[in-house]
Design a protein. Structure first.
Length: 72
């Protein structure tokens, strides 16, 4: 491939695609935005009812609570 008359280097591979049978168990990675009532409820239900997961929670405020935190 050429760009502006120079050969472009191939893109680096930052990921690996693994071959595995359909239905093979794997860790579920979940990203949750917001630590309000719904976000905290989801985190609690995942903890009680699921296994083999990784949960990351992003919150814009300095503490949990969502609307209640902002309006106190």
């Amino acid at each position: 491939m050429e760009m502006n008359g120079t050969a472009a280097a191939p893109a680096p591979r930052d990921y690996v695609v693994t071959e595995s049978p359909l239905g093979t168990a794997r860790k579920l990675r979940v990203l949750m935005v917001g630590a309000g009532a719904s976000g905290l409820n989801l985190a609690r239900h995942m903890d009680l009812h699921m296994e083999n997961f990784e949960l990351a929670i992003y919150e814009k405020n300095s503490d949990v609570g969502g609307t209640w935190f902002e309006n106190r």
